[in-house]
Design a protein around this ligand. Structure first.
Ligand code: PLP
Length: 224
């Protein structure tokens, strides 16, 4: 349906407060849909599969900023690094090290977000808040050369209960604040809280998100 993507984007932009960055989550949607969003001014896109990202990055304009938002296997890091400016889904030390090594090799500096697991679903990836606080130490930071830790990312429980969703986002925000006032206090670029999707981004922004990842509300339902 030509025209609906740009209309959806326009409507969304009108309701997002300034200071909140929109990542248009385009996974599973064809390049034409991304083209339409691009023509409507969108430059930041989120993808969750390495091969799909690689193919789209080749086909679409070079000034697109690609964010990787899905679970990333270490054996796919090499494919993803040349395309992306940010990885939202760092969920283990092993992955962080792999991204760092590959970024150094390709002479790039990649922004990364550390993924938090606060949702009730066991299936989601990420560090618990306490694990993350223990993980991010001055020693870790001084050992990284190819990545820059820009903030945190997380998802709320997949439930209708607004209080539960709010509580999850609050916990993500709170963990960001603990890092920001502690080990990351000298790191000015540690400034990003990526949370909120189509159905819950208004609550996320309420709770302090400054980067939302919205797919369905822009591109429609995905066909898997
Ligand atoms: C797919 C996905 C989104 C977008 O979800 P919508 O409900 O389509 O807005 C956001 N974040 C992550 C990590 C995703 O995998």
């Amino acid at each position: 349906m030509s025209g609906s993507v740009s209309k959806n984007l326009q409507r969304l932009r009108e309701s997002i407060p300034t200071g909140v960055e929109l990542v248009a989550v385009s996974k599973f949607h064809p390049a034409e849909a991304l083209q339409e969003a691009y023509r409507a001014g969108q430059r930041v896109f989120g993808e969750s599969r390495a091969l799909e990202l690689e193919a789209k990055a080749k086909e679409l304009p070079a000034d697109i900023e690609w964010h990787f938002i899905g679970h990333l296997q270490t054996n796919k890091v090499r494919k993803v690094i040349p395309c992306v400016s940010m990885i939202h889904s760092i969920d283990s030390e092993r992955l962080l090290r792999a991204v760092d090594t590959e970024a150094i090799k390709t002479d790039r500096r990649i922004g990364v977000l550390l993924q938090l697991h606060v949702a009730q679903e066991e299936t989601k990836f990420g560090f618990t808040p306490e694990e993350l606080i223990d993980f991010v130490t001055p020693e870790l930071l001084s050992s990284l050369e190819g990545v820059e830790i820009r903030g945190v990312m997380g998802m709320a429980s997949n439930v209708d209960d607004e209080e539960r969703i709010r509580k999850d986002f609050h916990e993500i925000r709170n963990t960001f604040d603990r890092l920001k006032s502690g080990v990351m206090s000298e790191h000015e670029s540690f400034d990003t809280i990526s949370m909120g999707m189509s159905h819950d981004w208004t609550i996320a922004v309420d709770e302090g998100s400054n980067m939302i990842r919205v797919g369905t509300s822009i591109f429609g339902e995905r066909e898997y």
